[in-house]
Design a protein around this ligand. Structure first.
Ligand code: ZN
Ligand code: ZN
Length: 174
C-alpha cells in the first residue's frame, strides 16, 4: 500500500480514494490473511491525512471449544503523516520508512508513503486475547472432553462449582 506523494500534491487539500491489500505475516495460531483497506488520503501543508477502514478475514481456533472457525477483524482509522524534507533513508526508522516524531506522530521522507507497516501494526494491536466461535459457546466438558455444543455427555458436574464453594462456606459462617 504505497501512496504517491506527487499525485496527492497535485490535488492538494482534496481527499482521493485508494484501496489495496497488504499481506500479513503468518501466525502460528491463526491462518495468514490479507488486510484489505479502503481509504481516502489528502495532502495538506506537509502532512498526509489518511482515513478509512480495514478488514481481515481469518480462520482461528475457538478459545473455549477449540473448533476451527472463520471470523474477521475490522476497524476504522484516521492518521496524520508528516512529510519531512529530504530523501527517503535507505533503511532507517520503522520498517517501511516510517519514523516516529515527538508526540508519537508518524513521519516519512521522500516521494512515497508506504502504509504497509502501519496497517500491520494496527492489525496486530487489534488481536483479541480470546476468540469465541459464538457468544454462547458451551466449550468442552472438563471431565470427558466432548464438545458440548454438539453433544451432551452424562458426566456429573459437582453440585457446586469450586468457585462458588468458598462463597457457600462464607454464607454458612454468617
Ligand atoms: Zn467454541
Ligand atoms: Zn462429559
Amino acid at each position: 500500500m504505497i501512496l504517491s506523494i506527487r499525485d496527492l500534491q497535485k490535488d492538494e487539500g482534496r481527499y482521493l480514494p485508494f484501496s489495496g491489500a497488504i499481506a500479513l505475516d503468518s501466525d502460528a495460531d491463526r491462518a495468514r490473511g490479507l488486510l484489505k483497506v479502503n481509504l481516502q488520503a489528502a495532502y495538506v501543508s506537509t502532512r498526509v491525512l489518511v482515513k478509512g477502514k480495514w478488514r481481515v478475514d481469518l480462520q482461528g481456533e475457538c478459545s473455549r471449544c477449540l473448533d476451527k472457525f472463520n471470523y474477521y477483524l475490522e476497524d476504522s482509522f484516521r492518521e496524520e503523516f508528516t512529510h519531512l524534507p529530504g530523501p527517503a533513508p535507505e533503511a532507517e526508522g520503522l520498517a517501511g520508512g516510517l519514523e516516529l516524531e515527538k508526540g508519537e506522530r508518524y513521519a516519512f521522507r521522500g516521494e512515497t508513503l508506504d502504509l504497509s507497516e502501519y496497517f500491520r501494526q494496527l492489525f496486530f494491536m487489534s488481536q483479541p486475547l480470546k476468540i469465541l466461535c459464538r457468544e454462547d459457546c458451551q466449550g468442552l466438558c472438563p471431565l470427558c472432553g466432548v464438545n458440548r455444543n454438539r453433544e451432551q455427555c452424562n458426566c456429573r458436574q459437582d453440585e457446586i462449582d469450586p468457585r462458588w464453594a468458598a462463597l457457600e462456606k462464607m454464607k454458612k459462617q454468617l
